[in-house]
Each structure stands twice: as structure tokens, then as C-alpha cells.
Ligand binder design. Structure first.
Ligand code: NI
Length: 182
């Protein structure tokens, strides 16, 4: 099921949004641009920050909560809460960095992923105003990971086939165990 922005206030009463996991179709779809910067959008973003903090994540993209729209939030616990709406990467460093990544939509699975060391991103904020940010380190990695979500790409899709299959198996094993316990 895919939520529409209009359905979000109803879900917001619970604060925590459902996080969609590997196998859900919304995670493989190309998300649509945000067109309306209204209070429903602000509520969605608030609920995404809450949900992400509760799940102990540093980034969360709208498709991960079932909303196929182009926005994501990042909070690296450095006192800054970032909201990226309709983001575009406009410059990428040639230098790459490999580091371990995980994803709230693939709980329990971690793999080394190679990404650009630095990126420059253009996006809009909650008020619809455009901004540009140059990012490096974990911030640059988080932006690339979350932007991938908006294009239906998961971090395991960036691994070679063997690693990808191992990651899916690990996820399925873990999920089966959880279902058995529940
Ligand atoms: Ni993710």
C-alpha cells in the first residue's frame, strides 16, 4: 500500500510511521516530485524525524514510510536537522570512499558500499525555498543513500551480485526468525 500525503495527518496521531522493508514495491519505485509545500508536508516531515529517531537511523526517505514522493530527512546527531525536498546532485567528486552502510528498510544487514567522497546538492526546504549544500564524509554518504531511495535503489543494489544475494538471504533469514517469535 502506498500512502498519499493527504493520509499522513491520520497516521501522525501515532507519531511513528510504519517503515517499509525489502520486498515492498514502494521501495523500488521512482518517487514523484513534491508539488505542494503545505502543512501536510510539514506533518509528514515531523513524523519522519520522529520515526527515524525512534528507529535509531540517521536518514529516512519518504518511500521508506510508503510515500512515493521526492523528499528525505537526515539527522547526524550534530544538532542539525536536514530536510531535502526534490533534491538533485549537481556535482560529484571523482574521489570515492568505501564504508559500511545499513538501512532502516533492510534491518540487520550491513555492507561496504563505495560512494563519491563529496557531493553538491540542490534541493528545496519545507517552505519551498531552494538551497545548495556541499557535503562530505557521513553527510555525503547519507545524501547519496537517501537520494537512491527516491529512485527506487537500495544500498544492496550497489553491491556485486554475490554480495547482493547474500544480503537478501541474511534479511530473509532474520525476518523468518522474527516472524516465528512473534
Ligand atoms: Ni535506506
Amino acid at each position: 500500500m502506498t500512502l498519499t500525503l493527504a493520509a499522513v495527518p491520520r497516521y501522525y496521531e501515532r507519531t511513528m510511521l510504519d517503515i517499509y522493508t525489502l520486498g515492498e514495491e514502494v521501495l523500488t519505485e521512482k518517487a514523484k516530485p513534491v508539488k505542494t509545500f503545505d502543512s501536510a508536508l510539514a506533518l509528514l516531515v515531523d513524523a519522519m524525524f520522529e520515526t527515524m529517531a525512534e528507529a535509531d537511523g540517521v536518514g529516512l526517505a519518504a518511500p521508506q514510510v510508503g510515500v512515493s514522493e521526492r523528499l528525505f530527512v537526515i539527522d547526524l546527531r550534530d544538532g542539525k536537522r536536514w530536510v531535502f525536498i526534490n533534491p538533485e546532485i549537481i556535482a560529484t567528486s571523482e574521489e570515492c570512499v568505501t564504508a559500511e552502510e545499513g538501512c532502516l528498510s533492510i534491518p540487520g544487514v550491513f555492507s561496504e558500499v563505495t560512494r563519491a567522497a563529496r557531493v553538491t546538492v540542490q534541493a528545496r526546504n519545507l517552505q519551498g525555498r531552494p538551497f545548495t549544500v556541499e557535503a562530505e564524509g557521513l553527510f555525503a554518504r547519507a545524501i547519496q543513500h537517501e537520494l537512491d531511495h527516491l529512485n527506487g535503489v537500495l544500498f544492496i543494489d550497489r553491491l556485486d551480485k554475490d554480495e547482493h544475494d547474500r544480503a537478501v538471504q541474511a534479511f530473509n533469514r532474520r525476518n523468518r526468525k522474527r516472524r516465528t517469535r512473534a
